[in-house]
Design a protein around this ligand. Structure first.
Ligand code: RIB
Ligand code: CA
Length: 310
C-alpha cells in the first residue's frame, strides 16, 4: 500500500462530507490538512462544516479557511442542493468550531508542499480559488505538487449551466490557472460522477450499518436524493467521493489523456472545461479526463469503507 501526503480542499457540502468520511478510512491518504473554500455555501459555513464532519468522523485533521469569493466573477452557491447550512439541514450537536486560524489555505498548501519535498498531492473538490491563489503567490509551487485530482468540469456535460459544472463555473479563472499550472490535473468530472451514483436503496443499506457515521451519511443525503429523484436521476451522484476514491485506486475508473482549457469569456459557455480528446487543435495534453467507473465496485467500496466505522 502506497501512502502519500495530500491536502483535501473542499466546500462542504454534503458530497464533500461523504468524501471526508471515506478519506479517514483510506490508509493510503496521509491527509496533512483540510482547506475550505466558498462554494456550495459561504466560506464561514464550509469551514465550520469541515469541523462538524470531522467531529462525526472522530478524526483530528487541521482545518484552514481559504477564499471567500472567486478571483473575478460573482459568487454562486448551491444551497438548493446542500441546504442553507451546507449539510442538508443535519445538525451536529457537540461539534466545537475553533476560531479560524491566521494561516490561510493557500499558505498551508505551500507550507505542506515544501515539507513533502515534491510528493504532495492535492485533492480539490470545490471551486479552485485556493489553489489558484497559491500558484499566484508562490511561483515555484507547481514544481512541488506531484498531482492534482479535482472533482470538477466535464468533457461533455454541465450541471449549473448546460456548459459548465458547478466547481468550475464558480471560479473559471481559477480553474484555468490550475489547468495551465504545469501540474498534471486528473479531472473527475460529470462524465464519470453522474455514473458514480448511489440509489435510494443503496443509501438505505449503508444507513443500516447502524453507526453514527452511517446515520449521518443517510441524513445529509435526503435533500439531494429528493432533488435527484425529481430530476429523474437514478440516484445521488457521489461527485466528491469519486475523486477521493480515484486518487487512491484508479483501477475502478477509466481515464484518457487530453488537453483542457476553461472558457472564461463566453456568455453562454463561461466555465466550460473545453476538452480536446482528438481535435485538430491538438491542445497540449495537460490533463487526464476520467470517463468511466465500475459502478458496482464503486458502490461496494463506499459501503466497505463506511462499514469500517464501528
Ligand atoms: O458539481 C458538483 C460539485 O459541486 C461537487 O463538488 C459539489 O460538492 C459541488 O461543490
Ligand atoms: Ca464539493
Amino acid at each position: 500500500m502506497k501512502r502519500f501526503p495530500v491536502i483535501l480542499d473542499c466546500d462542504p457540502g454534503v458530497d464533500d462530507a461523504v468524501a471526508i468520511l471515506l478519506a479517514k478510512q483510506l490508509p493510503e491518504l496521509d491527509v496533512r490538512a483540510i482547506t475550505t473554500v466558498a462554494g456550495n455555501v459561504e466560506v464561514e459555513k464550509t469551514y465550520a462544516n469541515a469541523h462538524r464532519i470531522l467531529h462525526v468522523a472522530k478524526w483530528e485533521v487541521p482545518v484552514y479557511m481559504g477564499a471567500a469569493r472567486p478571483l473575478i466573477g460573482t459568487q454562486v452557491t448551491a444551497t438548493g442542493i446542500h441546504g442553507a447550512d451546507g449539510l442538508g439541514g443535519v445538525e451536529v450537536p457537540g461539534a466545537a468550531i475553533p476560531p479560524v486560524p491566521e494561516e490561510r489555505a493557500w499558505d498551508v498548501i505551500y507550507r505542506e508542499a515544501v515539507a513533502a519535498g515534491g510528493a504532495l498531492e492535492l485533492i480539490a473538490v470545490g471551486p479552485l480559488t485556493n489553489l489558484a491563489i497559491a500558484f499566484a503567490k508562490y511561483r515555484e509551487l507547481p514544481k512541488l505538487i506531484r498531482r492534482i485530482v479535482i472533482m470538477g468540469g466535464a468533457a461533455t456535460l454541465g450541471n449549473t449551466t448546460p456548459a459548465a459544472e458547478f466547481n468550475i463555473y464558480a471560479d473559471p479563472e481559477a480553474a484555468e490557472m490550475v489547468f495551465q499550472s504545469g501540474v498534471p490535473v486528473h479531472m473527475v468530472g460529470l462524465d464519470v460522477t453522474l455514473k458514480s451514483y448511489l440509489t435510494a436503496s443503496e443509501i438505505d443499506a449503508i444507513a443500516a450499518l447502524g453507526s453514527e457515521q452511517a446515520k449521518f451519511f443517510h441524513g445529509i443525503l435526503q435533500n439531494v436524493l429528493a432533488f435527484s429523484t425529481k430530476l429523474g436521476l437514478p440516484g445521488v451522484s457521489m461527485h466528491d467521493p469519486a475523486a477521493v476514491l480515484y486518487a487512491v485506486d484508479a483501477s475502478l475508473f477509466q481515464a484518457e489523456e487530453a488537453g483542457v482549457h476553461v472558457e472564461c469569456k463566453g456568455s453562454i459557455t463561461r466555465g466550460k472545461t473545453v476538452t480536446d480528446l482528438y481535435s485538430d487543435a491538438q491542445f497540449e495534453k495537460n490533463a487526464y479526463v476520467v470517463t468511466e467507473v465500475d459502478r458496482p465496485a464503486f458502490v461496494e467500496r463506499v459501503k466497505t469503507l463506511l462499514a469500517r466505522y464501528a
